[in-house]
Design a protein around this ligand. Structure first.
Ligand code: UDP
Length: 456
C-alpha cells in the first residue's frame, strides 16, 4: 500500500499494556493511508520483523540493559524516561524534518500520555501532537479529580474508615479504588499524573468505546478539555492482527483447551507487571484445585521478584500440589490471551483487570473474577463489577478457601451464569460499535480527517 497522507510519529510507553494498543492504533492509521514511524525506547524494544510496515527508531533512554518492570518501580521508570529521552527524540525529529520529503512530512506526533516529554519536544519544533490514553475514560476522570479531592481535604488519604465510602462526583468509585490508593510511592505517582495532565495537545485518543463509557464519561471530559476526543476502541478489534507480546506465547494450551467441555475452563492471568510471592501462588493453586474446575493458568516467569532473584514460580510449587492438579490444570508462562478468551471451552476469566485484559474479555462476552493490584486496575474492577455487572467483586484475600468460593460463584453458581448473560449482551454492543457505521468506526474516520487538518 502506498501511503500519501503524511507521516505519523508514534511515541509509545515501553510497557506491555501500553505498547500493545499503540501498535494496534498504528495499524489502523496505516490502513487510513499514513506512514508510521515508531520512536521507541531501547528498553523493551519490540521486534520490528513483526511489524514490517512500520519504521522503528530507537530512542536512547539511559536505562540499564538489566532493567525490569514491577509495580514497585513502574512510576520511577516512567519518570526517568521523561527526562532521559528528550534529546534523542529531538535529534531524530530535527533530522527527519530536514530531509523534507514532501508526502513524508510529519503530520503529527501521537504520544502515550505517560511519555509527556514528547509533547514539549514537538511543541519546540512546531509539530502538532495528539495524546493517546491507554486507560479507561473513567480512569482519566479520576486523574482530573485529584486536585479537587486535595483542595477539599480528602487527599492524602488518611482515615481508613473512609476508604470504603463513595467518592463525591465519582460514584460508583470508592476512595480505595483511586489509582494512588495503597501505593508506597503515591506522591511520585501523583506528580507523574499531574505533569501528564499539564500538557495540552490538539486532541485526545482513547482506547475505549461509547457503549461502555460514552454516556458516563465523555460529557465530563468535554467539560475539562477544549480539544476533540476520539473513542476508537477496542483497538484490538479495530486493528488487523498484529503480534505485540514481549513474551513468547505458548500455543500448546490451545490443544489442551480443545479437549475441554464448553464454558468449563477458568482462565487465569494477572498481566505483565503484577507480582505475587510463593505463598500466594500456593494458596491460589490449592483454591483452584479444591474448586474442582478445570483451569488454564498463566504463571509468568518473574525475572524481577520480591526476593530480588530470578525465579520461575511454577517450579517452586510443591509436588503434592502438582499431583493434585493432575490433568485438570494447564499452566503456561504466557498464553495467546485473545485466542484463549475467544475459545468455546473458556467460561470465566480471573484477571488483574488491566485495561487491555478487561476490553479483551468484554469483547468475548467473558465474565471476570476481579483481582486488581494497582493503578487503574481498581477503577476497571469497579466498572466491571458495579457498572457493567460482569465482574465478581470478592474479598481479594489470597487464601485457598476464599479463592475456592470465588471460583465456585463464577463457574458454578447462578451469579456467574447471570454475569455471563450480561457479558454476552455487552459483547454484541461492542461488536456493533466497531462495524461500519458504529461509534468507534466513525470515531476513527473522524480522527483521520482531524489529522489531515493539522498543518504540515
Ligand atoms: N497477555 C497475553 N498473554 C498472557 C497474559 C497477558 O497476551 O499470558 C496480554 C493481554 O492480552 C493484554 C496484555 O498482555 O493485551 C496485558 O495488558 P493489560 O493492560 O491487561 O495489563 P498489564 O500487563 O499492563 O498489567
Amino acid at each position: 500500500m502506498e501511503n500519501h497522507s503524511g507521516r505519523l510519529v508514534l511515541v509509545p510507553s515501553p510497557f506491555q499494556g501500553h505498547i500493545t494498543p499503540m501498535l494496534q492504533l498504528a495499524s489502523t492509521l496505516r490502513l487510513k493511508g499514513f506512514s508510521i514511524t515508531v520512536a521507541h525506547t531501547h528498553f523493551n524494544f519490540p521486534d520490528p520483523s513483526n511489524h514490517p510496515h512500520f519504521e522503528f527508531v530507537p530512542i536512547l533512554d539511559g536505562l540499564s540493559d538489566h532493567a525490569h518492570i514491577s509495580s514497585q518501580n513502574f512510576i520511577a521508570i516512567a519518570s526517568t524516561l521523561n527526562t532521559n529521552c528528550v534529546s534523542s527524540l529531538r535529534e531524530f525529529l530535527i533530522q527527519i524534518t530536514k530531509e523534507n520529503v514532501e508526502h513524508e512530512r510529519i503530520r503529527c506526533i501521537i504520544y502515550d500520555g505517560l511519555m509527556y516529554f514528547a509533547d514539549a519536544v514537538a511543541k519546540q519544533l512546531g509539530i502538532p501532537t495528539i495524546v493517546f490514553r491507554t486507560t479507561s475514560a473513567t480512569n482519566l476522570l479520576t486523574y482530573h479529580a485529584f486536585a479537587r479531592l486535595r483542595s477539599n481535604g480528602y487527599l492524602p488519604l488518611q482515615d481508613s474508615r473512609s476508604f470504603d465510602q463513595l467518592m463525591p462526583e465519582l460514584d460508583p468509585l470508592r476512595f480505595k479504588d483511586l489509582p494512588i490508593f495503597n501505593l508506597p510511592n503515591s506522591d511520585a505517582m501523583l506528580q507523574q499524573i499531574e505533569k501528564s495532565l499539564e500538557v495540552r495537545s490538539s486532541g485526545v485518543i482513547m482506547n475505549t468505546v461509547d457503549c461502555l463509557e460514552g454516556s458516563s464519561s465523555l460529557g465530563e471530559l468535554r467539560k475539562l478539555y477544549e480539544v476533540p476526543f476520539f473513542f476508537v476502541g477496542p483497538l484490538h478489534k479495530m486493528a488487523p492482527d498484529s503480534r505485540v507480546s514481549f513474551f513468547k506465547e505458548d500455543n500448546r494450551c490451545m490443544c489442551w483447551l480443545n479437549k475441554q467441555a464448553s464454558k468449563s475452563v477458568l482462565y487465569i492471568s494477572l498481566g505483565s507487571i503484577a507480582c505475587w510471592n510463593e505463598k500466594e501462588l500456593t494458596e491460589m493453586a490449592w483454591g483452584l484445585v479444591n474448586s474442582k474446575q478445570p483451569f488454564l493458568w498463566v504463571i509468568r516467569a518473574m525475572p524481577f521478584n520480591i526476593n530480588g532473584s530470578g525465579s520461575d514460580w511454577v517450579e517452586s510449587l510443591p509436588e503434592d500440589l502438582k499431583e493434585a492438579m493432575g490433568e485438570r490444570g494447564c499452566i503456561v508462562k504466557w498464553a495467546p490471551q485473545k485466542e484463549v478468551l475467544a475459545h468455546r471451552a473458556v467460561g470465566g476469566f480471573w484477571s488483574h483487570c488491566g485495561w487491555n485484559s478487561s476490553l479483551e474479555s468484554l469483547c468475548e462476552g467473558m465474565p471476570i473474577i476481579c483481582q486488581p493490584y494497582f493503578g487503574d486496575q481498581r477503577v476497571n474492577a469497579r466498572l466491571l463489577s458495579h457498572v457493567w455487572r460482569v465482574g465478581l467483586e470478592w474479598s481479594n484475600v489470597i487464601e485457598r478457601g476464599e479463592i475456592e468460593r470465588a471460583v465456585t460463584r463464577m463457574m458454578v453458581d447462578e451469579q456467574g451464569r447471570e454475569m455471563r448473560l450480561r457479558a454476552v449482551e455487552l459483547k454484541d454492543k461492542i461488536r456493533l460499535s466497531v462495524e461500519e457505521g458504529g461509534s468507534s468506526f466513525k470515531a476513527l474516520n473522524d480522527l483521520q480527517h482531524f489529522i489531515n487538518t493539522l498543518s504540515l
